[in-house]
Design a protein around this ligand. Structure first.
Ligand SMILES: O=P(O)(O)O[C@H]1O[C@H](CO)[C@@H](O)[C@H]1O
Ligand SMILES: O=c1cc[nH]c(=O)[nH]1
Length: 238
């Protein structure tokens, strides 16, 4: 086992879905995967492996925020040989044209996190981006399913409760679609260790309209996103 994941070598397969919420990982495993096996309960951050359309897939909770997500992404890639990670999360819409339940894929992730400033000594504004192959596959899968999926940049924020909500409006002026809290760290960690990463999100809140899903909807109301994530994860392996 690694420091934060209680799995043995071989328990986790090379393609992993990453919800922030560990209870969403449990729901996905029990709802979509065949013969799911829970391989870790360390810190309550549940992880499962099963099969989707006959192909082995793992699903691992990451917790909230970039420090937590980067721990799980690092250990999955470096300790368990994971080659592709697809975050499936909730987000707050920044732009007006998104509504609750809409699906978003993050082509790139702006961030207020200090982690990459430390990495590059504050000299470079590193641009965390999605793997193009995964993004293209997800776009094709969404289209094939008839699910409109908005592709664009998002914000990965350290704070859920921001003291600077005025910045959301400015980000919208620059085409930033939505805010969540992990994508920049997952994209950066995957890039650093030669793995592929994508973030797909479902709009659970609207930042300016003050609309929001219930906690139960955030845990289990994401069918379109989950199935796009699963089909994208197994593309080429089926
Ligand atoms: O629904 P998840 O995947 O946890 O993602 C979003 O929800 C949490 C905040 O409520 C943060 O983790 C944010 O990124
Ligand atoms: O990080 C997040 C996730 C969902 N909704 C938000 O407003 N922020």
């Amino acid at each position: 086992m690694s420091v934060h994941i209680g799995a043995q070598p071989g328990d986790i397969v090379e393609r992993v879905l990453l919800p922030g919420d560990p209870m969403r990982a449990k729901w996905i495993a029990e709802t979509y995967l065949k013969d799911p096996v829970c391989y870790t309960q360390v810190r309550g951050m549940l992880g499962y492996t099963g099969t989707w359309r006959g192909v082995p897939v793992s699903v691992q909770g990451t917790g909230m925020g970039m420090p937590s997500a980067s721990i799980y992404t690092h250990e999955l890639i470096n300790e368990y040989g994971v080659r592709s990670v697809i975050r499936i999360g909730s987000c707050g819409a920044i732009i007006d044209s998104l509504k609750l339940g809409d699906v978003v894929a993050a082509i790139g992730s702006a961030t207020d996190s200090n982690m990459n400033r430390v990495r590059f000594d504050g000299l470079i504004d590193y641009a965390p981006v999605a793997d193009f192959g995964l993004l293209r596959t997800a776009a094709e899968v969404a289209e094939g399913r008839g699910v409109p999926m908005r592709v664009g940049p998002i914000l990965a924020a350290d704070a859920f409760y921001s003291d600077r909500p005025d910045l959301y409006g400015r980000l919208a002026d620059y085409g930033v679609l939505a805010v969540e809290m992990e994508s920049a760290a997952i994209y950066t960690t995957a890039a650093r260790y030669g793995a592929r990463a994508l973030t797909i999100l479902t709009v659970s809140d609207h930042i300016t309209r003050e609309e929001r899903m219930t906690p139960a909807e955030r845990e289990q109301g994401f069918d379109n996103m989950v199935q796009i994530g699963l089909d994208t994860a197994i593309a080429g392996a089926a």
